[in-house]
Write a protein that binds this ligand. Structure first.
Ligand SMILES: Cc1cc2nc3c(=O)[nH]c(=O)nc-3n(C[C@H](O)[C@H](O)[C@H](O)COP(=O)(O)OP(=O)(O)OC[C@H]3O[C@@H](n4cnc5c(N)ncnc54)[C@H](O)[C@@H]3O)c2cc1C
Length: 306
């Protein structure tokens, strides 16, 4: 941000904070030639010689759009984004004929570490079965847990491995035996016990042949009492932001459903469909926002003859 702000300061650009774009203006030929902007209680029409670049974030803070396009994200307790990420820029683009892409996709994090010692535990679904290596990236854990396991998951630990994560998680159940834990969690009789039996058999040799968790975190879980931390989407913290948005070409030009660029309309960042949808990894949002944002700005400036 320091680099960006320094570049803006020497660019001669006029910056208008606390202003809201409410509409796009199109010329008789359909080109986007400006925007209506509201600031200080007044509306003004701003002429864009090269084009308008929509960089208004995603729609994690618009309940209606979220429920319509990405209902699973709407279940997450923590919405990652600026307050203004209400999808208004995406809607402006749609109003000018731009096509949406991947609106149902999002980044979903299930933060369990630190401390890393907790990775000795097992992440299981509502049927007591593992479905991912527990030391996977927290964005991968969240995607698998919410999108493929319905957001009903638990983190199983024994007395030797029990540790509380820095991000608070409630204890969902405690039992002197795995059977007790299963019953408290409403799992099918014997399901969690079977998972533990298989895991412990290989963990005794430091191996995890099912999901290949790193050896450092593979130890048998056999010391009572056993506990389950709440990793359900309703009862614990999942963090989400949207990855879908306007369909653009590599120069940020907004595309129609037929794949034609809309003259004068560009978009960047979370107003567009992220490269990482599906399968987000940290950095890919700021990364594609800044990389393709520069390309969009250059393309619009070139159109203005700069
Ligand atoms: C705690 C946290 C950690 C994160 N960590 C990472 C990370 O490690 N790596 C990574 O890649 N990403 C990360 N992200 C996500 C990343 O910050 C966002 O995806 C990124 O900021 C999106 O940039 P953007 O410019 O597209 O939108 P934003 O940064 O959301 O900016 C959009 C701006 O436009 C404004 N706006 C909206 N509508 C209008 C309108 N109609 N008119 C005028 N203004 C409008 C909004 O108020 C907002 O200020 C993190 C986010 C958070 C909150």
């Amino acid at each position: 941000m320091q680099k960006l702000l320094a570049a803006v300061a020497v660019s001669g650009a006029s910056v208008r904070p606390d202003a809201r774009a409410t509409a796009l203006v199109r010329g008789a030929d359909g080109d986007v030639v400006g925007a209506i902007v509201r600031a200080d209680g007044r509306e003004a029409a701003v002429r864009a010689r090269g084009g308008v670049v929509l960089a208004t974030g995603g729609f994690i803070n618009d309940e209606r759009m979220l429920r319509l396009h990405a209902p699973e994200l709407a279940r997450c307790k923590y919405r990652v984004g600026a307050e203004g990420d209400d999808g208004s820029g995406i809607r402006l683009g749609l109003s000018a004929g731009a096509a949406p892409l991947n609106l149902g996709m999002g980044s979903i994090s299930l933060p369990v570490t630190p401390p890393k010692a907790i990775l000795k535990g097992l992440l299981v679904n509502g049927q007591g079965q593992r479905f991912v290596n527990e030391d996977a990236y927290f964005g991968r854990l969240g995607e698998h847990a919410l999108l493929h396991q319905g957001g009903r998951c638990f983190w199983i630990l024994d007395d030797a491995t029990f540790v509380r994560p820095d991000v608070p998680r409630k204890v969902a159940a405690v039992g002197e035996t795995i059977g007790e834990l299963e019953r408290e969690l409403g799992m099918p009789d014997g399901a969690l016990a079977a998972t533990l039996e298989l895991y412990n058999r290989h963990a005794a040799r430091g191996e995890d042949p099912l999901f290949h968790k790193k050896r450092d975190y593979v130890v048998p879980l056999e010391q009572p009492p056993f506990g389950a931390l709440d990793c359900t989407v309703e009862g614990s913290l999942y963090a989400a932001f949207t990855l879908g948005g306007l369909h653009t070409d590599p120069d940020g030009a907004a595309l129609t459903p037929a794949g034609r660029p809309i003259p004068g309309l560009y978009a960047a960042g979370r107003t567009t469909a992220c490269l990482a949808a599906p399968g987000y990894a940290s950095g890919l949002s700021l990364g594609d926002g800044s990389f393709f944002g520069r390309r969009a700005g250059r393309a619009a400036a070139a159109r203005a003859g700069r």
